[in-house]
Design a protein around this ligand. Sequence first.
Ligand code: S3P
Length: 189
Amino acid sequence: MNDNIILIGFMGSGKTTIGKRLAKLLEYSFVDTDQLIEKKQGMMVRDIFSQKGERYFRQLETDTISEMVQTCHKTIISSGGGLPLRECNVKILQELGFVIMLDVSKETVIKRLEGDTTRPLLQGDNVDEKVEELLTYREPLYELAAHMKVPVNGRTIQDIAEEIIRNYQTVRNGQHPFDVEDRKEAENE
Ligand code: S3P
C-alpha cells in the first residue's frame, strides 16, 4: 500500500479540516483535490459546474487522482465528496493509499453547510431533502470505497485524527516510525 491517507465522505464531513490536522501530526503533505482542480483550471468548482458541466468536472477529478498515483507520497489527500462514486476512481484511490470514510449524519452536514454558496449540488431550496437523497445514495458507495469508516459527529478533530493515525499505523504493520504518543511525550520533555 502506498504511504498516503485519502479522506473520502460527504460534503461537510470535515475532510479538509481533519486532513490538515493529520498532515500536521504525521508531518505529511496535504492536498485537496478540489483546490488542485481550481488551481489548474483557474476557476472555482462552482464555476466549472455552471460553465462546463458536472461531467467535465468529474473527468478532471479522475485525471487529478490518476496523476497523484505517480506524484504523491506521504500525503494526506482530501477528496471531493463525489469522487468515490465513479468505479474507476475507487481503484485509483485504493492504489493511492489508506482510504478512510468520514461518516457524518445529515443533521451535522446541514448545520455545517448552512449558508454555503460554494457547493453547486446543495444550492437552491430544499437543501435538507437534497442532502438526505444524496447521502442515502452515496453512503454505501463510500463504504465500498473505504478501507475504514470513522464516525465524526460530535467528536473533536484531534480525537478523529488520532483514531485514524492509530489505524493507519496498524495497517502499515508498524512500518511507520511515527507514534503519536511518543511524539507527544517528546514534545513535553
Ligand atoms: C461535491 C463535493 C465538493 C466538490 C463539488 C462536488 C460532491 O467537495 O467537489 O462541489 O459531489 O459531493 P467537498 O466534498 O470538499 O465539499
